[in-house]
Ligand binder design. Structure first.
Ligand code: BG6
Length: 462
């Protein structure tokens, strides 16, 4: 077949999901509470239409059916996460056998359906008991995570060859400690930097454990949401604003994960403002010696910035936003439901940056996708005709293809997400899946994009 975009042999086609957003069974199967269960109990009004994480899409009970559907639409890989509070209900201590059975079944079912499991260990879902001990502010929790990670490698490492320590570790920092959209709803930059730093230490400790186990053919990585910072203009003031935004929101995790050290400019800036986190002897060496093999890149939107219009109030709490204002580019293309700009070339710019500045590390697009509200409007003959999603994916794949042609080491593309899921505080407002989910009956129905993606995957291009 003549294809315009033929991807390299063995390209990873699939999707990503997370435990809290899909499993449901939040209080079944011996699962302990995590921060989402707790926050919803405390403040249901903070969630769209007051829908909480209790049942979500019920993957816990319907995984077999779902995995068969993955196979039918040509997935050769799928990235779910393990729920820490399901596996180890208190965060430390006893392992829950029902959870071990569940994850074993999921992994075995994936493999039986020719879908390679890419397993992520942490997707925003801190066990409640550990949050009560300080969450990522606490080094005790870092140690608990290291034990949890090692437990997972030992339990499932015989079959799982691609592991990820964290998904978007900056999001709990932004949501939980800067901008109030995750529990514990703290607004305190100093704490935010400590949380960010400790997360990276937990990550490096997990990488170290993984490497010491010497899992045959195993790779370990991290999944980062990279958001290129584009300046409004080439004026030095705008350039500086975008440079600082990049330090805070990309390089704060990308540099230590891939290069094994923090950018000196970021350290200097935090020091100047009295915001440096506390560290422990040996941390720098730990980071240096435990960089990742593989990088997952989540890309949804660019960040456009400009120099500040007015100086920040020196008496206001320190925030990264002291250094830049967001810039609304005239004529930008928007996903109006999520309020995110669509800029397909961003994916190319990220890949070129990885090639030029990060040793062309092996990478893949681990999330990209389009959440749309009220998709029932688009039903024709019983099927959601989501041409806008197909267009969105195509637009991004074209730029990914160009990056690969220019020598970037991108190995796959995963959509967010396989089936409509519970999107944190947006609950089921915006739908992202190849399959729609009826939130009452849990029935799954393929959208047009599902059969389109099956063709792309089967042809290894389009
Ligand atoms: C990513 C996350 O940030 O974006 C997912 O890894 C999330 O967990 C996805 O669901 C889409 O964002 P949202 O907020 O619309 O669900």
């Amino acid at each position: 077949m003549s294809l315009q975009y033929r991807f390299p042999e063995g390209f990873w086609w699939g999707s990503a999901a997370s435990a809290t957003q899909t499993e449901g069974a939040a209080s079944d199967g011996g699962k302990g509470k995590n921060i989402w269960d707790y926050w919803y109990q405390q403040q249901p009004n903070r969630f769209f239409e007051e829908v909480g994480p209790e049942t979500t899409s019920d993957f816990y009970h319907k995984y077999k059916e779902d995995i068969q559907l993955m196979n039918q639409i040509g997935h050769n890989s799928f990235r779910p996460s393990i729920s820490w509070s399901r596996l180890i209900p208190s965060g430390t201590g006893e392992v829950n056998q029902e959870a071990v059975d569940f994850y074993n079944n999921v992994i075995d079912e994936l493999i039986a359906n020719d879908v390679e499991p890419f397993i992520n260990l942490f997707h925003f879902d801190m066990p409640l008991e550990l949050q009560e001990k300080g969450g990522w502010e606490s080094r005790e929790v870092v140690e608990a995570y290291t034990v949890y990670a090692k437990t997972c490698f030992e339990l499932f490492g015989d079959r799982v060859k691609k592991w990820f320590t964290f998904n978007e570790p900056i999001v709990p920092v932004e949501g939980g400690y800067l901008y109030d959209f995750h529990y514990p709803n703290v607004v305190d930059a100093k704490k935010a930097f400590q949380v960010a730093y400790n997360t990276m230490i937990a990550h490096a400790k997990a990488v170290k454990e993984f490497k010491s186990l010497d899992v045959k053919d195993g790779k370990i990585g991290i999944i980062l949401n990279l958001t290129p910072s584009y300046p409004r203009s080439q004026n030095p003031a705008d350039l500086k604003a975008s440079h600082i935004a990049d330090l805070f929101f990309n390089r704060s995790f990308l540099d230590p994960a891939v290069l094994g050290e923090y950018p000196q400019e970021l350290i200097d800036l935090l020091q100047e403002h009295g915001q440096l986190p506390s560290t422990v002897t040996g941390d720098a060496e730990l980071l240096k010696n435990n960089t990742v093999d593989l990088l997952g890149v989540n890309y949804y939107q660019p960040r456009r910035v400009k120099a500040k219009e007015s100086l920040p109030n020196p008496y206001s709490p320190f925030m990264p936003d002291w250094f830049f204002d967001n810039y609304e580019m005239p004529g930008r293309k928007m996903n109006i439901y999520r309020g995110w700009e669509i800029y397909e070339k961003g994916i190319y710019d990220i890949m070129i940056n990885l090639k030029e500045n990060y040793g062309n590390i092996e990478s893949f697009i681990s999330e990209n996708g389009m959440g749309v509200q009220d998709e029932a409007r688009f039903i024709k003959d019983g099927r959601i005709e989501d041409d806008y999603r197909i267009e969105f994916i195509q637009g991004h794949l074209k730029w990914l293809y160009k990056a690969i042609e220019e020598g970037c080491n991108a190995r796959g593309y995963h959509l967010w997400t396989f089936m409509d899921n519970w999107s944190w505080s947006n609950a089921y407002k915006n739908r992202y899946g190849f399959f729609s989910v009826d939130i009452e009956t849990k029935e799954r129905t393929a959208k047009k994009s599902a059969s389109w993606f099956a063709d792309v995957s089967n042809n290894n291009g389009f």
